[in-house]
Design a protein around this ligand. Structure first.
Ligand code: FAD
Length: 307
């Protein structure tokens, strides 16, 4: 017999944990499923300085605080990689690699993943100069030289953002022109703190074993190699939604992000989505938490409407 819950939250990052807190506090039975330890991407974050209530807190510490708070009203948490959701109307089933559950409502909170560049040193210096998020980490590079890798909207918008903090921002792009929207390009070209290196690949990220010191680059037209000193390397070569298991539900856009309204409802009644997995502009802990509160309350209203 499948275990039954009012609500199953898939993903125990900040979004999922907040949704579980709200739904369980409304007296619903709630299960949080995660393929790993609770906390989501917060576990990969050193210092978090933009979550209100804490001047600075380590990601794993904030994860633990949120976990304790999200389970205080009886929400359960268990391991399991969700492989399939089936929507049978009022009852839905969630199948993991270990078990099948029945539920009235589902909150998808599976987040997203930054694409890696694949350069040597990228993993080694992650969180020690290599970043995928200027809003998260830009403040650590005040008055320093940073490199941005990429040429799309995110790379150039985040590069412009970084010019307010860094001394100089060098954009390294593998093509001879940007892919970003024209208006964003115009802003970038008019910004005297931004420089551009064209037709160039980052081959290696160098450091002194503690932090990043620069990048080895190679011009893909001439083959010329050189080194650029830099304290930070911000990589924007794409973000992938963690949604491949949900394709059967008809709730994804053509890029694979989950489409919702401002109540976090998808097209399928009783299935909500929150946090980084949504098609949204600002992917942060605060925004995931905000979405989680809305959905956690929304499932209560949805389940009441079934009575
Ligand atoms: P996530 O935190 O991504 O959690 C999703 C969870 O879903 C994960 O635990 C994952 O294991 C689970 N999952 C995925 N697929 C499945 C599946 N099929 N079955 C079961 N479980 C699944 N934001 C800030 O506000 N401030 C910062 O300083 C900051 N720094 C950052 C630094 C780094 C290096 C990174 C990568 C991100 C940073 N962010 C920061 C962004 C922030 O961490 C995210 O916006 C936030 O964690 C998104 O929360 P979420 O709950 O939507 O998803």
């Amino acid at each position: 017999m499948a275990k039954k819950y009012d609500v199953i939250v898939i993903g125990a990052g900040p979004g999922g944990m907040t949704a579980a807190l709200y739904a369980s506090r409304a007296n619903l039975s709630v299960l949080m499923l995660d393929r790993g330890i609770y906390g989501g991407q917060m576990n990969n974050t050193a210092a978090i300085e933009n979550y209100p209530g804490f001047k600075s807190i380590l990601g794993p510490d904030l994860s633990k605080e949120m976990y304790e708070s999200s389970t205080q009203f009886g929400a359960e948490y268990t391991y399991g990689t969700v492989e399939k959701i089936e929507n049978n109307g009022v009852t839905k089933t969630v199948t993991t690699d270990m078990e099948t559950y029945e539920t009235k409502a589902i909150i998808i909170a599976t987040g997203s993943e930054y694409k890696k560049l694949g350069a040597a040193g990228e993993n080694e210096y992650g969180g020690r100069g290599v970043s995928y998020c200027a809003v998260c980490d830009g403040a650590f590079f005040k008055n320093k030289h940073v490199v941005v890798v990429g040429g799309g909207d995110s790379a150039i918008e985040e590069g412009i953002y970084l010019t307010q903090l860094a001394d100089k921002v060098t954009v390294i792009h593998r093509r001879d022109q940007l892919r970003a929207q024209k208006i964003i390009q115009d802003r970038a070209f008019a910004n005297d703190k931004m420089e551009f290196v064209w037709n160039t690949n980052v081959e290696e990220i160098d450091g002194d074993e503690q932090k990043v010191s620069g990048v080895k680059i190679k011009n893909n037209k001439t083959g010329e190699e050189s080194t650029l000193d830099a304290s930070g390397v911000f990589i924007y070569v794409g973000v992938l939604p963690m949604t491949e298991q949900f394709g059967n539900l008809g709730i994804l856009d053509d890029q694979g992000w989950v489409e919702t309204n401002d109540q976090m409802e998808t097209k399928v009644p009783g299935i909500f989505a929150i946090g980084d997995v949504r098609d949204k502009k600002l992917r942060q802990i605060t925004t995931a938490v905000g979405d989680g509160g809305v959905a956690g309350q929304g499932v209560f209203n949805y389940i009441e409407s079934l009575k």
